[in-house]
Design a protein around this ligand. Structure first.
Ligand code: URP
Ligand code: ZN
Ligand code: ZN
Ligand code: ZN
Length: 469
């Protein structure tokens, strides 16, 4: 029988409380959380001077994703291993429906990508590109089918015309469907049609360098789409979740809605909190392509507003939008034309380090809020709570022993993501994962992955009002 693991003498941090307590794990589940649990025959983990956190949840990743004429560089093996080393024990990745095909094909394809590879537990969102003919009925039925499979959220694009963009009718139908099936619509909110006109004009003027990716996507085009998404959700009587929110203008729209009691939610990402056009795209060289993702980097003044948004709960989640492309042979697809640079950046490994250092150590966020935005809130919003996202009896023993004093320098030379650059090259952070447990199994110690490749399980997530797990 499993004699269990006892994490002793640490400081347990949840979204609600910070307490000195031991944590007893048996059969992959948290059994007890209190001080003074007897050692008995348990395997002892000494967490003196350490924080004991619920494993991180990254609700926005793109592993092994065909995009921009190539495929994101991390697959489920390399991407989830890097995630685990950084203290993330659950991801929710985006399966993507190809136009003219059923969502079930995409779900099967993504299970195949993950099977035998995922090192941590994973859920899937479904990117909806097509609701089919027949007044959209086939596609809407498909959405209900997906919800039964534990795909409790869908992403729609208001950007990327002719590739992924959904028109307002499609978006509105999908929103209405979630009002009844309890799923959540995740919106990529940018006015793709307007942006496309600006982009074509820039190209016609010979503006082909990477910085024009950022300069052709005004923050107002993001704010307008956020406002429109929320308006359509309000009419449909459904909640809505804005992904990778990047600017003050867009945040103002979310705040205005939330102040009126509208169930609008939003995430931001470390790159928008810590990087900027001024700091990262000033070379005016092709190196800037490392920072070509969508929405783009913004002016530095937006950063403080996003941190304020996280503090005030107008932003609920920090996820990475991890979508890595190697600089040497993928980003260079756009060397003569910024529109051909595959959009996306790497970050799955560094989220907790960055938010802990620049959020908690700098005094912008409490430890409890840090845990909430990186684990508890995504678990709740995406139907995984309380199995994931907290340290409490009955929850999966997904636990990070966090050393708040560990110094770490982020670099492509030492990171575990399968990509040849870091967006945070040379950033010095204090605080890092020392040990990581997934369902009670020690999978990471001092930066080394110890688990079996492919040990991660598919998570059937619950819709609002749903019971399946
Ligand atoms: O540039 C990005 N964000 N690439 C990934 C796809 C998306 O829009 O999230
Ligand atoms: Zn997006
Ligand atoms: Zn994304
Ligand atoms: Zn220490």
């Amino acid at each position: 029988t499993d004699m269990g693991t006892l994490i002793q003498k640490g400081t347990v941090v949840t979204a609600q409380a910070t307490i000195a307590a031991d944590v007893l794990i048996e059969d992959g589940i948290i059994k007890e959380v209190r001080s003074g649990i007897p050692s008995d025959g348990h395997t002892i983990v000494d967490a003196t001077h350490m924080l004991v956190l619920p494993g991180g949840i990254d609700a926005h990743t793109h592993l092994d994703m065909p995009f921009g004429g190539t495929t994101s560089a991390d697959d489920f093996e390399t991407g989830t291993r890097a995630a685990a080393i950084g203290g993330t024990t659950t991801i929710v990745d985006f399966a993507i429906q190809s136009r003219g095909t059923r969502m079930r094909h995409a779900l099967d394809a993504w299970w195949k990508k993950a099977e035998g590879k995922s090192c941590i537990d994973y859920g899937l969102h479904m990117i909806v590109t097509d609701l089919g003919s027949d007044q959209g009925k086939t596609g809407l039925d498909d959405m209900d089918d997906m919800v039964r499979e534990g795909v409790a959220s869908f992403k729609l694009f208001m950007a990327y015309p002719n590739v992924l963009m959904a028109d307002d009718a499609t978006i509105f139908k999908a929103l209405k469907q979630t009002a009844s099936n309890g799923a959540l619509i995740c919106m990529h909110a940018e006015n793709g049609s307007v942006i496309d006109v600006i982009v074509q004009q820039a190209l016609a003027e010979g503006k082909t360098a990477p910085i024009y990716h950022a300069l052709t996507r005004p923050t107002i085009a993001e704010a307008e789409a956020v406002q429109r998404a929320i308006a359509m959700a309000e009419i449909a009587g459904a909640p809505v979740y804005i992904v990778h929110l990047s600017s003050e203008d867009a945040l103002n729209q979310v705040r205005e809605a939330r102040d009126r009691g509208v169930p609008a939610f939003a995430e931001t990402c470390p790159q928008y909190l810590l990087l900027s056009i001024e700091d990262n795209m000033k070379n005016q060289s092709f190196e800037d392509a490392k920072f070509v993702f969508t929405p783009p980097l913004r002016e530095k003044k937006n950063q403080a507003k996003l941190w304020d948004g996280l503090k005030s709960d107008n932003l609920q989640v920090v996820s990475t939008d991890h979508c890595p492309f190697c600089f040497a042979d993928q980003k260079t697809l756009g060397v003569n034309d910024f529109t051909k640079i595959p959009n996306g950046g790497p970050g799955i490994e560094n989220r907790l380090q960055l938010i802990h250092h620049y959020g908690v150590n700098s005094g912008k966020l409490t430890l409890n809020r840090f845990v909430e935005i990186t684990s508890t809130a995504p678990a709740r919003i995406f139907g995984m709570y309380p199995r994931k996202g907290t340290i409490a009896p009955g929850s999966d023993a997904d636990i990070v022993i966090w050393d708040p004093h560990a110094d770490h320098t982020i670099s492509a030379a030492t990171h575990n993501m399968r990509v040849d650059y870091s967006m945070f090259e040379g950033f010095k952070v204090k605080g890092n994962a020392r040990q990581v447990f997934s369902r009670g199994e020690l999978i990471v110690e001092h930066g080394n992955f110890l688990g079996k490749i492919g040990r991660g399980q598919y998570l059937r997530r619950a819709a609002r009002g749903g019971a399946w797990q």
